[in-house]
Design a protein around this ligand. Structure first.
Ligand code: PMP
Ligand code: GLU
Length: 395
């Protein structure tokens, strides 16, 4: 049996693979600290759990409309109105099985073979694979560290060809934590409008901003940009609901309708119980969202300083999300390795600290640490890395 060509070069998600590996080692009795997983370590707020139980007891355990429950769409519309000041119709919203599935479905309905999607590097692991699965071509544009890992408008202009279909913007970014300013978004947006490039705006880390930084959705900057943008968001990161698998896409009706048709043949609908839980997440108090954000910020402030002091590590201060993305090639070389991948492997084997190598994000010289774990473990992990570097320095 031969597999389809479509999946012949498909690699597993680096982030999920490392997370699974760390978990296996832990289950086998090893004292592993996993800083691979990009998921909040808090439990889902209690009122959301209650809503799910309630939904089950009331028998809301059946199929729902493919695009999502009307009551949930209404909450998403209210959220977008409240947070982004944009008005959407229910026909401009689709509820999906996480933001990941919203992105996957979107690329399936907008790309024809050979269509290009501009993906700034460092990128979140799944964008290129999802584009390729839709027979599209990822076009990488390097977000340079000296420009806070963001692409410039000149770089965007240079990467456009007659085949360019879409641009992915992920702000705050996974893995760098950087955010685009309103002015930068306006400049990029203008070029997308001039060239009829669809903007895919992944805003999953919207609620996780530090140092008083503010999130802007490119879609809120003008009515034309609203039309040109598909917003991707969800409750995984904001409400600590990664396992519930609820995300959404908001934008152009024709695109949303095609996505809904595709979902009707592929998934039928996102889990009914999760949808009811998400209604409660949006309707209920948001104080736990803020409590989690504050916890991430205080961890960031402590761990950022400590990591930057380790020889061979150099890190910009993230403005959002929950990742540190230091340059680690110097540390790798000091430890006798030619690349960060081998260094990360050694850290896992010898120090039992799981990190994600930058190669998964299109930035080979870097490494990603998630600080969505307790301060205690974070401090221990950084100590282990520091000890390792001290050991190799003596050798
Ligand atoms: N986009 C980015 C940038 C992410 O980091 C993630 C994390 N999984 C997703 C999308 C997908 O999130 P979800 O859990 O809602 O599928
Ligand atoms: N978004 C998280 C991460 O980047 C979860 C894993 C995934 O969905 O790939 O680690």
């Amino acid at each position: 049996m031969k597999l389809a060509k479509r999946v012949s070069t498909l690699s597993p998600s680096t982030t999920l693979e490392i997370t699974a590996k760390a978990k296996d080692l832990k289950d086998a009795g090893h004292d592993v600290i996993g800083l691979g997983a990009g998921e909040p370590d808090f439990n889902t707020p209690a009122h959301i759990l209650e809503a799910a139980k309630d939904a089950m007891e009331k028998g809301f355990t059946k199929y729902t409309p493919s695009g999502g429950l009307p009551a949930l769409k209404k909450e998403i519309i209210n959220k977008l109105q409240h947070d982004q000041r944009i008005t959407y119709l229910p026909s401009e919203i689709i509820v999906c099985i996480g933001a990941k599935h919203a992105l996957y479905t979107l690329f399936q309905v907008i790309l024809d073979k050979g269509d290009e999607v501009i993906i700034p590097t460092p990128y979140w692991v799944s964008y290129p694979e999802q584009v390729k699965l839709a027979e599209g071509v990822p076009v990488y544009v390097e977000g340079k560290e000296e420009n806070q890992f963001k692409i410039t408008v000149e770089q965007l202009k240079q990467s456009i060809t007659p085949k360019t279909k879409a641009l992915v913007i992920n702000s705050p970014s996974n893995p760098t934590g950087m955010i685009y300013t309103k002015e930068e978004l306006l400049e990029l947006g203008k070029v997308c409008l001039e060239n009829d490039i669809l903007i895919v705006s992944d805003e999953i880390y919207e609620k996780l901003l530090y140092d008083g930084n503010k999130h802007f959705s490119i879609a809120e900057l003008s009515p034309e940009l609203k039309e040109q943008t598909i917003i991707i968001n969800g409750v995984s990161k904001s409400h600590s609901m990664t396992g519930w698998r609820i995300g959404y896409a908001a934008g152009n009706q024709m695109i949303i309708s095609a996505m809904t048709n595709l979902a009707s043949h592929s998934t039928s609908n996102p889990t009914s119980i999760s949808q009811y839980a998400t209604i409660a997440a949006y309707q209920g108090p948001q104080d736990e969202v803020e409590m989690m954000r504050k916890a991430f910020e205080s961890r960031l402030n402590i761990i950022f300083e400590k990591l930057n002091k380790i020889p061979g590590f150099h890190c910009l201060k993230p403005q959002g999300a929950f990742y540190l993305f230091p340059k680690a090639i110097d540390a790798a070389k000091m430890a006798g390795f030619n690349d960060v991948d081998s260094f990360v492997k050694a850290l896992l084997e010898e120090e039992k600290v799981a990190l994600v190598p930058g190669s998964g994000f299109g930035a080979n010289d870097y490494v990603r640490l998630s600080y969505a774990t307790s301060l205690d473990l974070l401090e221990k992990a950084v100590e282990r890395i520091a000890n390792y570097m001290a050991k190799v320095a003596i050798k």
